[in-house]
Design a protein around this ligand. Structure first.
Ligand SMILES: Cc1ncc(COP(=O)(O)O)c(C=O)c1O
Length: 437
């Protein structure tokens, strides 16, 4: 008899996207002539850049010739890609990352779900609320939590609440040595008048941070990241920094990497993905940086480098991203690749600007959409997230994502994605203006 991992039973049947699908299907069945515009899913819509396509074609041709065929590659990634990452993502921003601190993978979803397994089950994990659900669910599956409460939260996890008052960028759990004043951060665009939640007092070992953030589209300032790094160092904690959307940051003063903050090399791991920066959602390539200075505590208090643990995990459970895919990813760093992918990002961000400027005058309070491809709207007329979903679908035939699907603090908010054609974005704005203007 094979006993199953019963922690899986704690996960609610996947609700958010299936429920969105169910409601859209029901609407379309009742209104067969309606053309529904989907601004709900965080998937890119532009095709691969020509420089990437050419590099992948050439790599396929290599694979078809005996002399240039590649079998298993290095588990951590081919040198040509690792060196491109070191040079363009880090050295160019004054950060020195060694080749053996970079682990190429087939996606940040896997990395962000898998990384928890190098920590003890007893490690206290903190996540933000609202949050990218993978961080939560992977810890539930591992057995770090009890069953979800009525509010959907899991006992055993620490939740750091994002609100309008803190610009959806919660403070570290315990007031950091640098204090809480943050003259560097812009004030939130608007406030719902409620004060920011006080920092959690729970001692935390590991925290997941995501900036630019999915779902809120907000971005952490340098001062905020400095406070997180100071907190982690003072409390012997580790930051898992998900920078999947870093290429959408347009203000050069904002850090794109946690390692731009002094001291982060000893307390932070960073996750990056080619999905949103180079249209790789269907191609699959990402990487995680694990500096050798980051340590955890092993038996009898011995310090153990996380780099060695992750290297062991990666080489045991992963056999490398495909050669063809890694050649495509490396081409994203060529002069042509950079120009073409930057143009795609600019295209999506122009969509985001149009959405912000089109919907703002209708009385929506809007966050994000400046350094991220997501807009986070406060619903109008005090509608709940799902009530607003239904209203938008019914009155404008536009689909978004209810904020409550990302955690209880997302209730009353709504995520719109800028990943779409210009024609669809313009049509969606016009319809929403008609329906809600
Ligand atoms: C915050 C965040 N991290 C990671 C991912 C997953 O990226 P990948 O396509 O590399 O698995 C996503 C995808 O939407 C995301 O929003």
């Amino acid at each position: 008899m094979a006993r199953i991992n019963e922690h899986y039973a704690k996960l609610p049947a996947s609700y958010l996207f299936p429920e969105i699908g169910r409601r859209v299907r029901a609407y379309s069945a009742a209104h067969p002539d309606a053309r529904v515009i989907r601004l709900g899913i965080g998937d890119v819509t532009e095709p691969l850049a020509p420089a990437i396509v050419d590099a992948m074609h050439a790599a396929v041709d290599e694979m078809g010739r005996r002399e240039t065929f590649h079998g298993y590659g290095p588990e951590q990634g081919y040198d040509f890609l690792v060196e491109a990452i070191r040079e363009h993502d880090y050295k160019a921003r004054g950060v020195d990352i060694a080749a053996d601190e970079i682990f190429v993978s087939d996606g940040s979803k896997c990395d962000s779900g898998n990384v928890q397994e190098i920590f003890a089950l007893a490690a206290r994990i903190a996540v933000t609320d609202p949050v990218y659900p993978v961080y939560v669910d992977s810890n539930v599956m591992a057995g770090r939590t009890g069953a979800a409460g009525v509010d959907g939260r899991y006992p055993g996890l620490t939740y750091l609440v994002g609100t309008e008052a803190n610009g959806f960028q919660p403070e570290p759990p315990i007031a950091s040595p640098l204090g809480r004043a943050d003259p560097g951060s812009p004030p939130p665009a608007a406030t719902d008048q409620r004060p920011a939640p006080p920092p959690s007092l729970e001692p935390v070992d590991v925290v997941y941070l995501c900036s630019p953030n999915n779902p809120t589209g907000t971005v952490a300032t340098r001062a905020q990241l400095e406070r997180w790094v100071a907190w982690a160092r003072a409390n012997d904690a580790i930051i898992l920094f998900d920078a999947a959307y870093e290429s959408y940051i347009s203000d050069p003063a904002l850090p794109r990497s946690i390692y731009e903050i002094d001291g982060a090399r000893s307390c932070a791991l960073e996750l990056r993905s080619f999905s949103k920066r180079a249209g790789f959602t269907g191609v699959r390539c990402a990487f995680m940086v694990v500096p050798k200075d980051v340590t955890g505590v092993g038996a009898e208090g011995k310090r153990v480098a996380l780099n060695a643990l992750w290297a062991r995990r990666h080489t045991t459970k992963f056999n490398g991203a495909s050669y063809v895919v890694q050649q495509g990813a490396a081409a994203a760093y060529s002069a042509a690749g950079l120009a073409q992918t930057n143009a795609q990002i600019a295209f999506y961000m122009e969509n985001a600007r149009l959405l912000r400027e089109g919907l703002g005058p209708l009385g929506f309070t809007i966050f994000g959409g400046v350094h991220a491809p997501y807009l986070w709207l406060r619903t109008r007329d005090n509608l709940t997230s799902w009530q607003f979903f239904d209203a938008l679908l019914d009155r404008a035939q536009v689909v978004g994502t209810p904020g409550s699907g990302f955690g209880p603090a997302g209730e009353g908010y709504f995520r719109l994605s800028a990943f779409n054609s210009r024609a669809n974005i313009e049509e969606a704005i016009a319809r929403i203006r008609n329906a809600f203007g």
